[in-house]
Structure formats: structure tokens, C-alpha cells
Unconditional design. Sequence first.
Length: 373
Amino acid sequence: MKKPNTPALQSCPSGRRGSIKRAFLALLALILLLGVIGSAAVSRGAGSMATEDVRAEILALEKNKPFAAALKEALVLRSPAGGESEPPHHEAAIYAHFPRRSSGVEDEPSAPIVFIHGTPDTMGAWAPLLFGPGAMEGQESIYTLEVIGHGMANSESGPYPFQRCADFVANSIDGLGLENVTLVGNSYGAEFCWRAAADRPDLISKLVLIDSSGLPRTEDQFLSEEVKMRDWSVARYGYLLNSEERVAFALDPHFDGAADQDRVRETFLGLENRGNWNAMIDLVRDENGARKDDLGSLAMPTLLIFGEHDQAYPPETFGREFEERIPNARLEVIEGAGHYPHEQRPAEVAGLILNFHRRGLAGGDPDRDINAK
């Protein structure tokens, strides 16, 4: 007896039919997403904001006027990844220097403090700490560095994994001729700092790590926006959908539900550049705790500052583990703050950093142990 004709799908086992349906829906969702991205590309000219325009608009923000007045650019000698046999090349480091105001006391602390922002931030993230309540500007010799692949800096020669950014920080300090540095970093920038300190301890005498990355995270510890950047194949086109509303949605939970509008605008502008966006994707996908064992080699005094309500790196887990792994470290938890305590509680954080920086230096308090609890 001849079998009746049946559609191929009907003869499939139910499990296989479900798999085919899910694959079809996933493909449909991808097509729709690409359509949205395509529409955005057409409406925006399929381009990104040039670095020069990003720089101009970021420096035009009211909170960043002091950076605009102090901004400098230097050529920093770097060795390429190919090794010592290849000739070195130069890469521009954008930085701002705020000299220490003289009080006429010759034996005052004179070592510089260098600030390294996180991702996708710019040096403007340090504005509340430097120029707000308890302002640090003028109290010490202070440098803020714009890391390659971020904000106003070069972002046209990626990729930008953690180690490349850490090398850039170390080479910039070296290239600027700085010594006995207290190196301060936030989030991914803090990991750039401790990697640089592990690789070049001759340059760095003290570390301040604010809500640092660098320890392994389980899949459920990544935030929803991080999961999308890590897993979505079309994430690199996300700059076409960049908007201040989306940036605010990501930042608000870290600022008690309401990030400052200039802060939102600053981050939005940085991500309007395609290279900066891709550098962010590079770093998010490179976060894996690969160098966690090197934390034990950090011999310099280290101050750990974590916001009490940090959603990305809670102090009770990540902060405590950093304190246990780094031999000469102590942890300070800032009550009521999230991932950016230096922006939410600038006066308190400024006091902690200045006190830590000055211990053991000429003119510091000789009766206080450099790492007293």
C-alpha cells in the first residue's frame, strides 16, 4: 500500500520540530535586529563621530572645563607586541596635569598621583573628586590619563584587551618621566592599574583600586548589558543604536537611580565613536580573571575602596577577596555608594586617597603606619 505524502516537518520527532522552531525564531529575531541597525545606519549616515569631535564636545561640558584648560598630549614610547627585536613606535598619550600649589614648605609630599578612568568612561569621571567637595586639585601633583580606546584618545588600532591598556598605562607613566607614583583606578581602569603595577613595580609605589575588576565572575554575576556585549554576535554594531536614553538606563542603577546628565552625556559621546565602542566590547569579552594569581605579587601598599551597593563587584565578595589576595592591602567600604564612590561621595574618597598617599612621604605623618587599619 502506498504511503500518503506528508510534509517533512510532520515526520520529524517532536524534539527536533522544537529545535527547528527555536532556530527559526532566533533567525527571525536576528533579521529584525539587523533591520533596526540598518535603519539606524541609514538615518545616521552609517558613520561614527570622529575622535576630534568627541574630544571637543566632552571638553565643552561644564564639569570638564578644568580638563580642557590643562589638557596636554605627549608621545609615549611603546614596544610592539612582536618583541624587542622590532623597532619601538610612538603612541600619543592624552593627559591633564594639575600641579601642586606651593605652600613654601620644602619637605612636603611631592610624589604624583595618577588617575585612570574605567570603561567606557573618560578622565571626566574624576571631575567630582578633583573639583567638587573636598577637591583634590592643587593639593598634590595630579595627572589624569585618557586610556587608548576610550573617550578622547586614539581608538583606531584595536583590539584593546586588558593587557594592552595596562601596558599603555605603564608606558605612559614611564614616558612622562614620573616616579614614586600613587596609581588610582576605577573598575576596568583599576585592573589596568594593578596589572601595570605587577609588570612595572619600579614605577608605582602605591595603589588605590576603586571597585576593581580582575577576579573571575560566574555567568550569573555579569550584568544584563554585559551579557549582551559578551554573547550577541551583532554587539559590535551597537554604536548605531547608541542614545543618551540607553546610556542613562545603564548608568542610573549605579547612581541611586539618577546619573548626572553631564555624566550621561559624556559617556554617550565617547560611545558615539565606533572605535571606542569596539574597545568596550573587546574589554567586556576579555574580562576573565586571567591574572588573578598575580595579585599576590603586588608588594606595594594598596588601598581598596568599594561602594557598599556596587552591583558589579559587591565588596563583601570581590572587595574581601582582593584584600585577601594582595599582601599589603586594606579595604574601605563607602556607605550608600555604588560602583562609582568617587563620584557619589567625592569628599570622603578624596580624604582617604590623600591620607593614604601622604603616609610615609616627606612631610607626612611619621607616627602613622603606612597601611594602618
